[in-house]
Design a protein around this ligand. Structure first.
Ligand code: NAP
Ligand code: FE
Length: 370
């Protein structure tokens, strides 16, 4: 046995935890930037709840609420302008993966000169970021416990993950109540994202005994509770399990990265605007089929956990959540495939995929999925 495991984030989990912020927020943090999306945190009350807690604690807060879905590097730079101007000493990300990822990058740039593109391009940060506190309101990305931020480059029109151990949040506050307001589609898209994290982590060449244990725990939970939250979004018990399961899947990919499935999903989001998790869900059965010869034991284990005999069980699971596994249903045709292949080849996810991936494999996978 030979592995490393690094999970530095303090995890605070439980219903009502946001209201108890006073118990967790270090007293030396006085000027806080809240990073959030444009609407949902205002509509579901999570933003005002956070602001009330900060006011009660006599902390100054500033708001950057300009984060869009699949956020761009420019959005990070805009938020950084506020953080630097106000000399903040902590950044709180409140929302789904999009604002949580932007919050990480702003925290890094608060203490380091330049733009986020410099660091994505290979520049090493000289200083640790200001503390990052993440409060997820979706149950999907696990970003609250990972060292990744996924950003869209508006010039090259690609989505790329930036990975740096400085981006691990200091504190993750997981309050299942905040996820209740997710509408059906967001619930399902984000839930499938979490499932693919657990499955890809389980199959990654970087998997460890600890990450495998966590991956199986996460798959088991999501398999059971994602159909439940899909049917009844108000089921707090099921929401609680989903938030837990997605966080555990985040702990997995922090060790293992994601593999070919996430690489294949990114261009579907940038070119066709298919939500991140939905794109992964649509391609999941084909990727499992592709990897079956090299990971037969692990894939059979997944099939068994879903209660099936072959990969049809995964197809039905995804279908029953209303996610089509046919790319033509999303308006994609054969003509789009060369552009996707160009986007996918060379991605770091392929390096941790347990099989050599040829350019024609990428193309064939998309063709099968049409
Ligand atoms: P998201 O882009 O953060 O949010 C999707 C939508 O859901 C937005 O319209 C958002 O509204 C809304 N929303 C969020 N929480 C809600 C709630 N409680 N109630 C109602 N609506 C809510 O989606 P996401 O799937 O969580 O994050 C996806 C991003 O994370 C992608 O860019 C993906 O690549 C990245 N990602 C990162 C990691 C990582 O480890 N860092 C891992 C996987 C994926 P508002 O915009 O108005 O808030
Ligand atoms: Fe993901």
């Amino acid at each position: 046995m030979n592995f490393e495991h690094y999970s530095p984030t303090k995890i605070i989990f439980g219903t009502g935890k946001l209201k108890k912020l006073a118990e967790f927020l270090p007293s030396h943090l006085k000027r806080v930037l809240i990073v959030t999306g444009k609407r949902s945190s205002k509509e579901n009350g999570s933003l005002s709840s956070l602001q009330t807690s900060l006011r009660k604690l006599n902390r100054l807060y500033f708001l950057f609420d300009g984060v869009e879905q699949n956020p761009s590097t420019q959005t990070v730079d805009k938020g950084t302008y506020v953080a630097r101007k106000e000399k903040v000493d902590a950044v709180i990300g409140l929302g789904g993966g999009s604002p949580m990822d932007v919050a990480k990058c702003i925290a890094l740039l608060t203490n380091n000169a330049g733009k986020i593109e410099d660091y994505i391009g290979g520049k090493e940060p000289q200083n640790t970021p200001v503390p990052i506190i993440e409060i997820p309101t979706t149950a999907g990305t696990g970003s609250e416990v990972t060292q990744y931020a996924v950003l869209t480059n508006p010039k090259s029109y690609t989505k790329a993950g930036y990975s740096n151990s400085y981006l691990f949040p200091s504190i993750a506050i997981l309050d299942p109540e905040l996820t209740i307001s997710m509408p059906y589609k967001v619930t399902v898209n984000t839930g499938i994202d979490a499932l693919t994290h657990a499955i890809e982590g389980y199959l990654s060449t970087q998997a460890t005994p600890i990450s495998d244990t966590l991956a199986l725990e996460s798959i088991k939970i999501i398999k059971e509770y994602l159909p439940k939250v899909a049917v009844n979004g108000k089921d707090i018990m099921a929401r609680t399990h989903m938030l837990y399961g997605s966080m555990v899947a985040g702990l997995v990919i922090a060790q293992t990265k994601t593999i070919i499935l996430h690489a294949l999903g990114y261009p579907l989001t940038t070119f066709y605007n298919i939500p991140h998790g939905r794109a992964n869900g649509a391609l999941l059965p084909y990727v499992l089929e592709f990897l079956k010869d090299v990971q037969d034991k692990k894939i059979s284990k997944i099939i068994e956990m879903f209660g099936g005999k072959d990969l049809d069980i995964i197809k039905s699971f995804v279908n029953e959540l209303g996610i089509s596994i046919h790319l033509s249903d999303y308006g994609i045709t054969q003509d789009g495939i060369p552009g996707f292949v160009k986007d996918v080849k060379g991605r770091v996810n392929l390096k941790v995929t347990p099989k050599k991936v040829l350019q024609e494999d990428i193309s064939n996978l998309y063709k099968q999925a049409l």
